[in-house]
Design a protein around this ligand. Structure first.
Ligand code: TRP
Length: 472
């Protein structure tokens, strides 16, 4: 073997934007954001989420892409190269690799649901059924352990297959066609939703403040989701950034990705909630929201089979481009740090994640990972609020691991990286050099203070501090 092979690079900056947007846009936008918005009562939750994207997510996205592009390495190695060997900052990289394992393990189960719904749509399972009958299909799937295991396994296999193909052939080619197609499909559905009678009510629900439903846990969820939806806090964007050329623009790339991602999330809400209200369904329907509502809406349109198949297939592809980035972090770690081949690394990591996902696939049932697990966790979350394995994994990863990782990344760039390299890196190839100090200030002060305050609030410490200093 020769010495280090030259690092693979994106064919074009456009290819990178599509791939990074492919990572960001996924189940987080279409499945998760609408349902947590529903559960948190819309309004204020959406506003706080948008503030988190702008003030916390965007600066961290720039920080991640900056780290990756500068170091030309995956997270762990990047932290080492930009500080010192054996530096404790490498912990942030390892936390990221661990978060990738955790997230993909349950993400794949949801992607499996989308695969099952694609299959149901293609075989005409929704035609001629009442809205109640269609809604009940989700419950049947959710509780069916073997079906969940099957689709989870299928999705992991496909993901492994794409990642083995390598950076350019696999990731870039997929994203180029399917992301725009998804966007188009959402626009078509949005056009449809505008004509339903629930549209006004939905608009009001999403954009008008309803403070009464918002809780400290909701704020933590909004923050956590800002990380999740932009693929931040675990080094996915560091890894993707490491395949960029040194003079690609960090700022405009980050803005483009964030705007696209936010647009699709809001669009998903504006498609789903009009349907919810028009049919007198529950906005707080939980994880089944998109799987119940879209088939109900489409079943009343001509061409149900066709449109439903396309819709769910596109969701599967959106999930795939995100899953690729989740797996890529772990895979590139073992390639860069342990000298494994790409195929060995992909197969080993992919299989490990598939195994780790088994309890998540079994979480809808009554067994030890499902209802029994939820019962046991009531000790922590209170009576009636227990979480099954799947919920617990999602909660831990999105609300704690990602914000913690993001905090580490922000602090690293703000306080540890050499100021000269940082300034040069931010300004390279960018028209937005004048934003440099604003970016550093956000990373230095607002991001750490904000994230820590939200953490303290969620643990219940913050209300006590406010009381003590006479503000609570
Ligand atoms: N952002 C993706 C979504 O919204 C999920 C995802 C992909 C992700 N890569 C990630 C989340 C890295 C956190 C970190 O569906």
């Amino acid at each position: 073997m020769s010495a280090t092979p030259e690092r693979a690079h994106w064919k074009s900056r456009f290819g990178f934007i599509l791939a990074a947007a492919g990572s960001a846009v996924g189940l987080g936008n279409i499945w998760k954001f609408p349902y947590i918005t529903g559960e948190n009562g819309g309004g204020w939750f959406v506003l706080i989420y948008l503030a988190c994207i702008l003030l916390v997510g965007l600066p961290i996205m720039m920080a991640e892409i900056f780290i990756g592009r500068t170091a030309q390495k995956s997270p762990v190695g990047a932290f080492r190269d930009l500080s010192t060997p054996k530096s404790p900052w490498m912990l942030v990289g390892w936390l990221g690799v661990a978060a990738g394992f955790v997230i993909l393990s349950y993400y794949s189960v949801v992607a499996g649901w989308a695969m099952h719904y694609t299959y149901l749509s293609a075989t005409d399972a929704f035609a001629g059924k009442s809205p109640e009958q269609i809604s009940s299909i989700f419950g049947e799937l959710y509780t069916n352990t073997s079906l969940n295991l099957f689709w989870h396994g299928m999705f992991m296999l496909v993901t492994i297959g794409v990642v083995i193909g390598g950076v350019q052939q696999g990731v870039e080619r997929c994203s180029k066609i399917l992301m725009p197609a998804l966007f188009l499909m959402m626009l078509i559905l949005f056009g449809r939703a505008m004509t339903t009678d629930g549209f006004g009510q939905a608009f009001d629900f999403i954009f008008r403040g309803h403070a009464e439903k918002l809780t400290a846990a909701g704020v933590l969820e909004a923050l956590g989701h800002a990380f999740f939806t932009l693929s931040l806090g675990m080094g996915a964007m560091i890894t993707y950034g490491s395949y960029l050329q040194k003079d690609d623009d960090v700022v405009s790339t980050s803005v483009t990705i964030s705007v696209l991602d936010t647009l699709i999330a809001l669009l998903a809400c504006m498609v789903l909630f009009p349907i919810t209200f028009s049919h007198g369904m529950e906005p707080a329907a939980g994880p089944g929201l998109v799987f119940k509502n879209i088939p109900v809406a489409l079943s009343q349109m001509p061409g149900t089979t066709f449109w439903a198949t396309i819709f769910f297939a596109l969701i599967v592809f959106a999930a795939l481009t995100s899953a690729i980035s989740l797996l890529e972090v772990a895979v590139s770690y073992f390639i860069d740090e342990k000298g494994w081949s790409r195929s060995k690394s992909t197969v080993v990591c992919g299989l490990a994640i598939a195994l780790l996902g088994i309890p998540s696939a079994m979480s809808g049932g009554t067994g030890i990972f499902g209802e029994q697990f939820a019962k046991a966790t009531e000790v922590i979350f209170g009576e009636g609020n227990g979480k099954n394995w799947f919920d617990l994994f999602d909660y831990l990863a999105s609300n704690w691991m990602l914000p913690l990782g993001g905090l580490g990344i922000a602090m690293f760039v703000a306080w540890r990286v050499g100021p000269e390299a940082r300034e040069r890196g931010f300004k390279a190839g960018s028209k937005f050099g004048s934003l440099y100090w604003g970016w550093v200030a956000l990373l230095r002060f607002l991001v750490p203070i904000g994230v820590v305050a939200v953490f303290l609030n969620a643990i219940g410490v913050m209300p006590r501090i406010l009381q003590v200093i006479g503000l609570g």
